[in-house]
Design a protein around this ligand. Structure first.
Ligand SMILES: [Zn+2]
Length: 97
């Protein structure tokens, strides 16, 4: 399943808009809703992801937005520029705070 599921109502996919995820169903907002989706991707598909795959999986509008999200998640990366892959580390994605 693609997209970022709303962690509040768990019924709706969230939309990324100006740096945050928004749910059109329950109107909640999140800065980090994509982390659960990336953790699911690591478990179900591949522990490494590149920009194009992340953009498609998270259904983000541009590769630039995707890059910012991946960089802010503090993931280790392998390779440079277009070939860069990010290691989806559970301890980074699902931090207990
Ligand atoms: Zn919701």
């Amino acid at each position: 399943m693609k997209g970022v599921l709303c962690p509040s109502c768990e019924r709706n996919k969230m939309t990324f808009y100006y740096g945050k995820w928004y749910c059109s169903n329950c109107h909640s907002q999140s800065n980090e809703a994509h982390k659960q989706a990336l953790a699911d991707y690591a478990l179900l598909i591949n522990p490494y992801i590149n920009n194009r795959q992340a953009r498609e999986f998270l259904q983000l509008p541009t590769s630039h937005v995707t890059k910012r999200i991946l960089q802010k998640a503090n993931l280790d990366s392998i390779g440079a520029t277009s070939g860069r892959r990010y290691r989806l580390e559970y301890s980074n994605l699902l931090q207990v705070r």
